[in-house]
Design a protein around this ligand. Structure first.
Ligand code: MSP
Length: 661
């Protein structure tokens, strides 16, 4: 039998379809993708599943609001989720939708097994239900809000099928004891153990109050409770009832957010135990990315979108930030400031700079061919030791999902190489034979370190490390390098460097943040057709540099949709941390509006007070650098750098609020 690779199966949660992905969802999918790449480089055959959770009351309501059937609504949403993961380079090997027929079959089969084994019975239930979280709220009274999301609960009575969760208290506790790494991190494990020790109540697993769900065969109008349905998707994705054929079950790793750990580490193994199916090996709960210390949600208007960040800084920068900034398992704050700071310091000045300066020196001194090293000095051996130790340490930390610490190790090696170059100064060496030989050793040593860190960083920075690999002219694909065989000294010398490609061009922090925010605003409140939704907004309000696409001709009916009025500036002030933006209050006749304008570098705030300007008053409000902007001041964009010049009314003292036509 040929040498079969060991199999590894990991999952992200399947995401609700009543919203679109933000950075929190992207976080889990990015981590899953990095683990998948890492495991492949360690010789595993890997399947990663993600997908969409498409049933329940929320979807019913969202579809109703959109005026389309549920099936059409979820189909559109699933396409949008899948397309985004593809675009971001983190596609699933199995994208499972809970409306897929293979999934419906699996849920019905799992229920049948649980029932046949005596763990399902019929009963009545009245309780407070949170329709947003799709869960009854234990111990809640009518009028209580949901403790998780804070929204009002609804009183619901229904006949349903119960799952005998109470029968699994002891089996679960025994299972946790026998498998001490099943729930990670440890703090979550302790929480779950105390929860289970506190006693488990039976769980209703069908609904008659919900229409949009998987039917319980022969028991209509019962449909399955969304969590019985959703959790089963992990199994449906790798064969369902025929899971043994594919050989990926039991799952090796469920990656989840801390809010859904109970479903995964209590309900899910209990369902599987009841059906006498193998139980997953591990559930890992990560923390949340917070905005201003609270969880992101569209209703709070504080969501961070992945696409604008990827467009501005590249996907690798976002991946690096998500995995480097926060200890995996803990909560962390998201800030654009920290993102761009890390980009410039660690990626542009760190890895990017080391790669480009090393390549440039090899180009200049050795005609672009990696030189063979001469005799070694202690400092060369010292750098070799740093790199060799980094291999063991970075891999060990990655294996324990200490991603931030693994990256710390890799970047410490980059810093050591920078210091080595600074002290060796190969650029100051002459052309004598001895100097040339020394230069060869220094550049070979630096290049070898670069090769090692590039391989180690590949699971986190797949695109940029592949570019460095090409630059170094190394054979094969970087993703095919076996991590277990990675050692100091394997650099292939005498090969010609490949094509240099821009890795991480340095960016101006404020400009980058403004452009990301402007693209995010545009995506959330599109003013253009969807095809252009990710394009940067024009300069006047955002202060961005991108030119608007050439306009098509529009009819008068389109023009009249834009409501422009004469406004008078009442106050104007600078915004801390945004040198291009001014915060204005503007009287538009009917009200005083707050509007941000990207004119701070050309207009003194004090001189603007009393000035009459043209204002677009029916633009959807948006936030710029965290400040609400409700309208747009019209300005000409002059010269190549797009200097803003305010439109005005010099000929006559026009009335405030007069409409521009
Ligand atoms: N559909 C269920 C999961 C079913 S799995 C069988 C669900 N969906 S969700 O779309 O609401 O959330 C999916 C995941 O995104 C959860 O793990 C949640 O923790 C995670 N995140 C949502 N917001 C987040 C942050 N702000 N930060 C990090 N992760 C967050 O729950």
């Amino acid at each position: 039998m040929p040498n079969e690779k060991p199999k590894f199966y990991l999952t992200t949660p399947i995401y609700y379809t009543n919203g679109l992905p933000h950075i929190g969802h992207t976080y889990t999918t990015v981590i899953a993708d990095a683990i998948r790449r890492y495991k492949r480089m360690r010789g595993y055959e890997v399947v990663m599943t993600t997908g969409t959770d498409e049933h329940g009351v929320n979807v019913e309501r969202a579809a109703q609001k959109a005026g389309i059937p549920e099936s059409e609504y979820v189909a559109r949403m699933a396409v949008a989720w899948k397309a985004l993961w593809d675009e971001l380079g983190i596609p699933a090997d199995e994208f499972i939708r809970t409306t897929d027929i293979r999934h419906v079959r699996t849920v019905q089969w799992l229920f049948k097994l649980c029932k046949e084994n005596g763990y399902v019975y019929k009963g009545n239930y009245t309780g407070q239900y949170c329709i947003y979280d799709n869960a009854f709220v234990t111990d809640a009274k009518p009028g209580d809000n949901c403790p998780d999301c804070g929204r009002p609960t609804e009183t619901v009575t229904e006949e349903n099928y119960y799952f005998k969760l109470s029968a699994f208290q002891k089996p679960l506790l025994d299972f946790y004891k026998k498998n001490p790494h099943f729930i990670q991190p440890e703090t979550r494990k302790n929480e779950i153990i105390s929860f289970v020790e506190g006693g488990l109540k039976d769980l209703s697993i069908t609904r008659t109050t919900v229409r949009w769900g998987i039917p319980v065969p022969g028991e209509e109008p019962h449909v399955f409770y969304v969590w019985f349905d959703a959790l089963t998707a992990y199994l449906s994705a790798v064969g369902g009832p025929d899971y043994e054929k594919r050989g990926f079950w039991p799952c090796d790793l469920h990656l989840v957010g801390k809010d859904i750990i109970r479903f995964h580490s209590v309900y899910w193994p209990a369902f599987l135990m009841a059906a006498m199916l193998p139980v997953p090996k591990q559930v890992w709960a990560h923390g949340w990315f917070l905005m201003d210390a609270s969880k992101m949600s569209k209703s709070k208007g504080n969501v961070v979108l992945p696409r604008p960040i990827a467009n501005m800084l590249g996907m690798d920068a976002m991946r690096y930030f998500l995995m480097r900034e926060v200890v995996f398992g803990q909560d962390g704050n998201f800030s654009y400031d920290a993102l761009v700071t890390r980009y410039n310091s660690d990626l542009a000045n760190g890895l990017g700079n080391l790669a480009s300066r090393t390549a440039a020196m090899i180009e200049k001194n050795f005609g672009g061919q990696i030189p063979k090293p001469g005799p070694r000095l202690p400092q060369d051996d010292a750098l070799a030791k740093v790199a060799s130790e980094a291999i063991g340490e970075a891999l060990d930390r990655f294996e324990k999902f200490e991603f931030a610490r693994s990256l710390e190790t890799i970047w410490a090696a980059i810093t050591a190489a920078d210091k080595y170059l600074t002290s060796e100064q190969p650029w100051a060496m002459g052309d004598s034979e001895a100097d040339t030989q020394r230069k060869a050793t220094v550049l070979w040593t630096t290049t070898e370190l670069l090769r090692v860190v590039t391989v180690l960083a590949h699971p986190v920075l797949p695109d940029s490390t592949a570019k460095v690999w090409t630059l170094l002219g190394q054979p094969g694909r970087i993703s095919a390098v076996e991590l277990d065989g990675l050692r100091w000294g394997q650099l292939v010398a005498r090969v010609q460097l490949g094509k240099a490609q821009a890795l991480f061009p340095r960016v101006d922090k404020q400009e980058a943040i403004e452009r990301i925010e402007s693209m995010a605003n545009e995506e959330l409140n599109p003013t253009q057709p969807p095809a252009q939704a990710a394009a940067p907004a024009p300069a006047a309000t955002a202060g961005g540099a991108a030119a608007a696409p050439a306009p098509e001709k529009i009819g008068i009916e389109d023009f009249t949709k834009v409501e422009m009025r004469v406004g008078q500036i009442k106050t104007a002030e600078r915004i801390v941390g945004a040198d291009k933006l001014l915060k204005l209050t503007v009287d538009i006749g009917t009200e005083i509006r707050q509007i941000c304008a990207g004119i701070a570098q050309f207009y003194e705030p004090e001189k603007l007070i009393g000035r009459k300007v043209a204002v677009v008053v029916n633009l959807a409000p948006r936030k710029l650098r965290g400040v609400e902007s409700n309208g747009m001041i019209v300005a000409a964009s002059v010269g190549p750098e797009g200097r803003p010049v305010l439109a005005g009314f010099p000929d006559e003292d026009v009335e405030i609020g007069a409409r521009l036509k």
